[in-house]
Design a protein around this ligand. Structure first.
Ligand code: TXA
Ligand code: MG
Length: 315
């Protein structure tokens, strides 16, 4: 399939992207969290291309993106709590893991043979326009090579996946910058910290049990090493070291900073782009490591620290 360039958004590009998807193509598109690598979720060959493009293990299931709750209810069984969560947080950075509904029509590759499916209604205008025009569910993992830093800009997608993608819809930088928070509704559990802070969800659900056991394929970042730059990383560093490039936060200035003001929302939005830049800059100046300042473990800080710990994990 012909490869097209990175496309600035506009109706013509959405139409073109939707046509490519309906023919089994792979289109990267922006969501408010990170860029997704999309394929029609009912087309097994197209979904197989996602795994190939990312080098992703096929036992790791994909998130399915739908335009609204009605479309979600055609694929999965919603209990009252799931419906309340959807009403409170969709569209937005929340993914719900729910029992598959009979006659769902999804390729079994999408769910990796599980009897549940992870569903999301994204809020980003370009993602919504694309879903409306495609008219079917889109399977879309983050648009990065498996295990590497996620993409929050079209240029990250191009650099990471190159010609394996048929088209990249460019919606500019992703405003949230962290993958969606993943919840299972029955039994209720937080499977992945993400762009919707757990405290915000707990205002609706009450205390959330966490089920983030590494090594079990049911949560993201189940692999302990993930989101990894090419250089090793060290966390909770407060003083510069000539061997390393330092990513600062708040009072720790660093060579780059996630947020000089110490704002966690800004730090989340900047996280993956800063990791991409730090990796390139550290290599350019001959540093052998990336150090990161401490980030508080509250609100989005927990999701940021989750990503950083996996980025720094032994590989
Ligand atoms: O914000 C996001 O969630 C982005 C955008 C593109 O939507 N997507 C994303 O996808 O982060 P990905 O594939 O990088 O992470 C999805 C995670 C995977 O780690 C997978 O294990 C988990 O969701 N997942 C998918 N289906 C599941 C299921 N049925 N049960 C439990 N976990 C599931
Ligand atoms: Mg990912």
């Amino acid at each position: 399939m012909a490869t097209t360039g990175t496309q600035r958004h506009g109706d013509a590009n959405v139409t073109k992207a939707a046509a490519l998807l309906r023919r089994g193509g792979l289109v990267a598109f922006p969501t408010e969290t990170v860029y997704g690598l999309g394929a029609l979720a009912t087309d097994g060959r197209a979904v197989a291309r996602i795994f190939a493009a990312k080098g992703r293990p096929s036992f790791n299931p994909l998130i399915v993106h739908v335009p609204d709750l009605a479309a979600a209810e055609r694929l999965a069984v919603f209990d009252p709590l799931a419906r309340r969560l959807a009403a409170a947080f969709w569209p937005g950075p929340l993914t719900l893991v729910l029992p598959l509904k009979e006659g769902h029509g999804l390729s079994p590759l999408v769910t990796a043979g599980l009897d549940t499916v992870a569903l999301r209604v994204p809020a980003a205008p370009l993602a919504r326009a694309l879903l409306a025009e495609v008219g079917g569910p889109l399977a879309a993992p983050s648009a990065n090579p498996s295990g590497r830093i996620s993409a929050t800009r079209a240029a990250h997608v191009r650099a990471g996946l190159g010609d394996a993608v048929d088209m990249v819809l460019d919606g500019g930088p992703c405003p949230v910058g962290l993958e969606s928070t993943i919840l299972r509704s029955a039994p209720l559990a937080l499977l992945r910290e993400g762009g919707l802070a757990a405290e915000t969800i707990e205002a609706v659900t009450g205390p959330l049990p966490r089920d983030v056991t590494p090594g079990r394929v049911q949560a993201p970042g189940q692999m302990s090493s993930h989101y990894a730059p090419s250089l090793p990383m060290r966390l909770d560093v407060t003083a510069p070291d000539p061997e390393a490039l330092l990513i600062g936060f708040g009072p720790v200035a660093g060579d780059l900073s996630l947020s000089p003001e110490g704002d966690l929302v800004a730090a989340a939005a900047a996280l993956f782009d800063t990791l991409h830049r730090a990796d390139a800059e550290a290599r350019a100046r001959g540093a052998s490591r990336i150090d990161v300042a401490p980030i508080p473990e509250t609100g989005l800080g927990r999701a940021i620290n989750d990503r950083l710990r996996r980025a720094a994990a032994p590989r």
